[in-house]
Design a protein. Structure first.
Length: 149
C-alpha cells in the first residue's frame, strides 16, 4: 500500500510540474478582469507559489528542506534563449538538480525504507541524465544560436 501511495504521489507531482498544469498566459488573460490582465504573464501565479515555499513556523525540517530546494530551483533556472533544444536541456538540468536536492532531504529526514530507496534511485538516475545533458550542451548542437536548432 505504501508503494502505491508513493507512486500516486510521484504522479501528482509530475502532473503539477507539467506545462499543461497551468493555463497559457493568453488563456489566463482572457479569464481575468481587465485590471488584472497585466499579471497574465504568469508572474502572479509564480508569486503565489513562492509564498507557499516561504518557511512557516510549523514547518518540519524536511518541509523546510523541500521548500529550500524548490526556491533554489526558481532562483537558479537559466533564462530562455529562444532555441527549443537548448532551452529544454537547460531547464531540465535545473529540474533534475531540484529532484536530487529533494531526494537528499528524503534520505536525511525520511523514515520509510521504500521512499528512501526511491530517493536514492532518483539521485542516481538524475545524476546520469545531468551528465547526458551536460555533454549535449558542450557539443556543437548545444551551442547553436537561437533559430538554427
Amino acid at each position: 500500500m505504501k508503494r502505491l501511495t508513493l507512486i500516486a504521489a510521484a504522479c501528482v507531482l509530475a502532473a503539477a510540474c507539467s506545462p499543461q498544469a497551468e493555463p497559457a498566459a493568453d488563456e489566463t488573460a482572457s479569464a481575468m478582469p481587465a485590471g488584472d490582465a497585466m499579471m497574465a504573464d504568469g508572474k502572479m501565479g509564480e508569486m503565489d507559489k513562492m509564498g507557499m515555499m516561504a518557511p512557516a513556523a510549523g514547518d518540519s525540517e524536511a518541509t523546510r528542506g523541500y521548500k529550500a530546494a524548490m526556491m533554489g530551483q526558481m532562483e537558479k533556472m537559466p533564462a530562455y534563449e529562444g532555441n527549443a533544444d537548448i532551452d529544454f536541456m537547460k531547464q531540465m538540468r535545473g529540474h533534475h538538480q531540484t529532484a536530487i536536492a529533494m531526494a537528499q532531504v528524503q534520505l536525511a529526514q525520511g523514515e520509510d525504507a521504500q521512499a528512501k530507496e526511491l530517493a536514492q534511485q532518483i539521485i542516481t538516475e538524475q545524476e546520469r541524465e545531468i551528465a547526458v545533458i551536460d555533454a549535449w550542451l558542450a557539443s556543437p548542437a548545444g551551442t547553436e544560436p537561437a533559430g538554427e536548432g
